[in-house]
Design a protein around this ligand. Structure first.
Ligand code: ADP
Length: 413
């Protein structure tokens, strides 16, 4: 709807501007014809000759010729042209040429700039050609800047055009905001569904345990009492840590990351993270290939956060995988930088999804399936931490084939 409205405004504006231009163009031609007719009349009056009915002809858009009975004297012609044009408020620069039918050539040509007063009239090379099908003596006038000067006159239209451009920009921005809003609201709904799902289980476990505890028989049985109290305690701890994690991550920014940077050997961090994921990987018949080829694996970084970053990427490589996971982690140095690439043979992502995976709470929609747990904060955290280290993260992925994440840090010594 907004787009139709916008297109209508643009079309209307285009036609309005075109019409105004046409009108101003006609006015210009009319004034030139009137002024040149007066010049012809005044020249002929000197010789007391009668004026022809229509002495002026427009040959092209900016070229006019006028019949006179004799070759006019340049100074006189220029003076009269200036006077008559000024009367019609035509102050455009012009070129004129005087044609002599006896030797069939332009015998005099000059260029007139209104800012400069009439001095000695001098012959100049001008762009006045000899028109065909004209008999007798005549002079020609050309306005080289006609269309620019008409455009200048369209001042009001100019403001209208600016206004339309402004409206278009405004509309464009509104549509952009609307789309972004829609996406945010989808992400929010997904997040709430996800959160509800994740929190419901511990809450119902706590509720059930409390129900059991309210049973007098259980209260008498010290062993079961202890068992259920322990369940409530551990579930409430799990809830607490989950909520805290979400709140903490959701408010994270590169500035707030609070890094404790130190000289950090990335290879050590990688080997530590690989050891952590290894047991779960073996359980799902997965393999991890480690190719640490960087001669200088040292960066200036926070050991805890960087370990989390590597762990998160390895964890995703294993989580978002429907085959036997085959993960590779490699490092190299290039141009004073350290590259860490983590690739997998997992489910992959579409280009439209790739653009959003680093956004807070974004998860690739999987319908109502909650087979892989998460809040869509892992990659947001990864990107925030990489940014806080002045690094970069890129991703390449093919649906059904796998993904590859590359982090680039500045090497340190
Ligand atoms: P979470 O794992 O908590 O959902 P992330 O921010 O880590 O959140 O990831 C966001 C989304 O990106 C995930 O929902 C998943 O669909 C997709 N994703 C992340 N890593 C991979 C990967 N290696 N392969 C395929 N999809 C991935």
């Amino acid at each position: 709807m907004a787009l139709i409205l916008l297109a209508t405004i643009i079309v209307f504006q285009y036609y309005a501007t075109k019409q105004s231009y046409q009108y101003n163009d006609n006015m210009f031609n009319f004034k030139v014809t009137v002024a040149m007719t007066s010049v012809v009349k005044r020249i002929l009056a000197i010789n007391q000759d009668p004026a022809p009915t229509e002495p002026v002809k427009q040959l092209t858009d900016n070229y006019f010729v006028a019949n006179v009975n004799d070759t006019p004297q340049p100074y006189l012609l220029e003076t009269l042209l200036r006077e008559e044009f000024q009367k019609e408020q035509l102050t455009d620069d012009f070129e004129y040429g005087i044609y002599d039918c006896f030797n069939d050539s332009i015998v005099f040509g000059s260029r007139v700039e209104f800012d400069e007063p009439l001095g000695v009239v001098q012959q100049e090379k001008v762009d006045i050609d000899i028109p065909v099908n004209m008999d007798g003596h005549y002079f020609g006038v050309r306005f080289p800047n006609k269309s620019t000067s008409i455009l200048k006159e369209l001042n009001i239209e100019k403001y209208a055009v600016i206004l339309v451009v402004f409206i278009i920009a405004f509309f464009g921005y509104t549509i952009f905001l609307m789309l972004r809003q829609r996406r945010l609201s989808e992400v929010k709904t997904d997040f709430i569904n996800n959160m509800t799902h994740e929190l419901k289980t511990p809450i119902s476990t706590i509720g059930l345990s409390a129900d059991v505890l309210s049973n007098p028989n259980v209260q008498k049985d010290e062993e079961r009492l202890k068992q259920y109290v322990a369940i409530i305690k551990s579930e409430s701890d799990r809830l607490k840590s989950q909520v805290e994690k979400v709140l903490q991550l959701a408010t994270l920014t590169p500035r707030k990351a609070n890094l404790n940077k130190d000289r950090l050997d990335l290879h050590k961090v990688i080997l530590g993270a690989v050891a952590t994921v290894q047991p779960a990987l073996e359980e799902s018949s997965g393999k991890i290939e480690v190719k640490l080829e960087a001669a200088n694996p040292i960066i200036h970084g926070d050991p805890v956060h960087i370990t989390n970053v590597i762990y998160n990427l390895l964890d995703n490589a294993q989580k978002y995988n429907d085959k036997d996971p085959l993960i590779s982690i490699a490092t190299k140095n290039e141009g004073g930088k350290l590259f860490i690439t983590i690739s997998d043979n997992g489910v992959g992502m579409k280009p439209a999804q790739l653009r959003m995976i680093f956004d807070k709470f974004y998860r690739v929609p999987t319908g109502d399936l909650h087979n892989v747990k998460g809040f869509g904060l892992g990659l947001f955290y990864v990107k925030t931490i990489v940014k806080a280290h002045k690094g970069k993260i890129t991703v390449e992925s093919t649906p059904g084939e796998g993904s590859s994440f590359t982090i680039i840090f500045n090497s340190s010594l």
